[in-house]
Write a protein that binds this ligand. Structure first.
Ligand code: FE2
Ligand code: FE2
Length: 376
């Protein structure tokens, strides 16, 4: 996330370029899309804040959007690898994919179900709270345009998020094991699964063809198992980062009460990812290769990779002259919403969405990043 924040700070000149040069449509890199959208932000009608401060409403709206996006992809995981039921309806389960996930832990389906239900409640609560205060909620239904999985078990409904072309940044693995570095000091961290951090990988069976080869199917399940904590560690940082700029005590209570459930998810998935079996596979459709190594043996291993070190190691916090502390990291508040929007975009979660989607997401993020504590 730090890298994307840095990218934002250096993007001012690029932003003005995009403002002037919208015709450069061929330059529709994800960064460009997010930067360029600032020219849209000032044009749309201002959202209503009701009795909330403008900043609090903007923070809650960005969180609602993030939760809608989380819900959208967790539902896809639940349809195929979770437990479709009355609590989390949709789909009918994919036995082969579910079995491959079970290799990591026999409770994977239950955890996927429960994580999915949690996201539903986050999304529903945040939007309902906004409405209860006379503020505008968030609705991203118009972006349900992506086909999703066509494999057995999928409801085959249209989706906002794309789980079939992911590039997964697994540096959180070493970030939470480091005793000397903190991303808020600008430190960077090596990948746990380097091949997952480049190229595009599917985390769900795209069609039933993807479940035919057990080796490739395990690689898909492992990809999902690393995508879960990658997402949830992002939520784990997002909530405390935004909390620092909330004004109303009740809104602060909401942000401080939802955030740690993201941490509960992260902690669980962090543990399960460490159980991913060693496998190397080549995607038969894209020919992209992925390798899940033994993280406990050279060239990995040691404290930075050891799989059972799932609790945050203490690290420098606030100042390197203070004692190290076991903490969530990063929690820098400046630019965090746009940083998260970029983090999700760079992950490939929105591949296939039109420019309008990135403009809308960027608009929500910019408004949240403009929020400040109003102590008057
Ligand atoms: Fe959530
Ligand atoms: Fe979450």
């Amino acid at each position: 996330m730090r890298n994307t924040l840095n990218a934002r700070r250096t993007s001012i000149s690029r932003r003005s370029f995009f403002r002037k040069g919208l015709a450069a449509a061929g330059m529709a890199t994800t960064a460009g899309l997010l930067s360029r959208s600032s020219s849209f932000a000032k044009e749309g009608p201002e959202e209503k804040s009701g009795s909330l401060t403008k900043g609090d409403a903007a923070i809650l709206r960005f969180l609602a959007a993030a939760e809608i996006l989380e819900t959208d992809f967790w539902v896809q995981y639940n349809e195929l690898g979770g437990i479709p039921d009355s609590e989390v309806p949709g789909g009918s389960g994919n036995q082969a994919y579910t079995s491959a996930l079970t290799v990591l832990d026999t409770d994977m389906a239950q955890y996927i179900h429960d994580n999915t239900e949690d996201e539903f409640t986050h999304q529903n609560f945040l939007n309902a709270y906004l409405v209860s205060k006379g503020a505008d909620p968030v609705n991203l239904d118009r972006f349900k345009t992506l086909p999703g999985s066509l494999a057995t078990g999928s409801s085959k409904t249209l989706r906002i998020t794309n789980l079939t072309e992911l590039t997964v940044d697994t540096s959180w693995w070493t970030r939470y094991r480091s005793r000397t570095k903190n991303p808020d000091f600008g430190d960077t961290f090596p990948q746990a699964i380097p091949t997952l951090a480049v190229g595009m990988h599917t985390a769900i069976p795209r069609t039933d063809d993807d479940t035919a080869d057990a080796n490739f199917l395990q690689a898909i399940a492992n990809t999902a198992a690393f995508h879960f904590p990658t997402i949830e560690q992002g939520g784990t940082s997002l909530y405390p980062s935004l909390a620092q700029r909330v004004t109303d005590p009740e809104v602060l209570r909401i942000v401080l009460s939802i955030g740690p459930t993201e941490t509960a998810h992260f902690q669980t998935w962090h543990d399960k990812a460490g159980n991913a079996p060693q496998v190397t596979a080549v995607d038969p459709v894209t020919h992209v290769s992925v390798t899940f190594p033994d993280l406990n043996s050279p060239p990995f291993g040691g404290e930075d990779f050891q799989t059972n070190l799932i609790m945050p190691e203490p690290c420098p916090f606030i100042s390197r002259s203070l004692p190290v502390c076991s903490i969530i990291r990063p929690t820098e508040t400046a630019g965090v919403a746009m940083g998260v929007a970029r983090f999700l975009t760079n992950m490939g979660l929105f591949r296939g969405q039109p420019q309008e989607f990135f403009a809308a997401l960027s608009d929500l993020a910019e408004d949240a990043d403009e929020a400040h504590r109003n102590l008057a």
